[in-house]
Design a protein around this ligand. Sequence first.
Ligand code: MTE
Length: 390
Amino acid sequence: AGNPANQPPNVPEWTKSLGEGVAVRPYGKPSKFEKDVIRRDVEWLTASRESSVSFTPLHELEGIITPNGLCFERHHGGIAEIDPADHRLMIHGLVERPLILTLEELKRYPRVNRIHFMECAANSGMEWRGAQLNGCQFTHGMIHCVQYTGVSLRTLLEEAGVKTNGKWLLVEGADAAAMDRSLPIEKALDDCIVAYKMNGEALYPEQGYPMRLVVPGWQGNLWVKWLRRIKVGDQPWHTREETSKYTDLLPSGKARRFTWSMDAKSVITSPSPQAPIKHGKGFTIISGLAWSGNGKVKRVDVSLDGGRNWWPARLDGPVLDKALTRFYYEFDWNGESLLLQSRVQDETGYVQPSKAELRKIRGVNSIYHNNGIQTWHVQANGEVENVEVA
Ligand code: MTE
């Protein structure tokens, strides 16, 4: 492959002349040879692009940090392009001192830096009814993990002085959807952040520029983007996003509501349908991601035979609270077909269930909160497909 004229023993073209100078690219971009590493959407999944989703290319990434330009997007009313000079964050309701803050004022409060994953509750939602989408970008790509910089929500609530009957917050965005959710005060005072930076630079418009709420470990829908209002009240608001959406219909006909936390889950990112094994049999690297909304990842096991035998995976890189964790399993592939699975256990002792176990409790009416074990079928030719084992 490639151009033999550029390969040894020849001198390649890029060695024969000077390259471009500094600042020719004032904002850096990946090599043009990486043009396929992009967010992708699934056309038939939603009726309009303004209320839709694009997926993180998990199969192309390593480590635990998602580059800003590759973070999946989920908007209900398109991307609001906000001039920070005109944006305000209002904190009102059951407080002693209502606040209206500019971005500059927000930046004068003490800062925190935290690395957290954010997963949409609908991640893997299509897979409730069996193997559907061929690629971990599509089955698991409604997740990203970045370092946020911002102000602890607790700091802002203390500044406003929450009254003793203040038990819930209404958090609302400034986009066309004006998306709003109810957040219990315990979580708000625990580890939530009003963030204005991601991975060191300003939030991207897709991710809520100039400010968004970070709700570690809880479903993405609560992470309100383009955050403009926090109202303190004494009970939840029962907004559209917590009644008609983001509830789980059980076999009994009753629905679970306020299912905030994202249970432990893992996936092998490579090999996977978009990342087949091209090198044939021999030393093979399995790379994957594990996470838990309830704490740190304790261990990950990998199966090559659809869950009959399990082998401990190697965690590499930081293992952080409510953050993605990278795991590896290296082995000698004999060239026969494989049924690859990964299974995470978090620090609470919770073990990721099989899809069958999950369906026994939750039925098949759900869209959200599918954290079942994923299976990839690796064929002898190295091609990989999404399957389910009984
Ligand atoms: N906030 C506002 N204002 N509007 C939205 O449409 N979508 C929510 C949440 N916050 C949304 C929002 C949903 S459903 C998810 S999963 C996450 O933002 C997606 O965040 P991301 O686009 O940074 O991945």
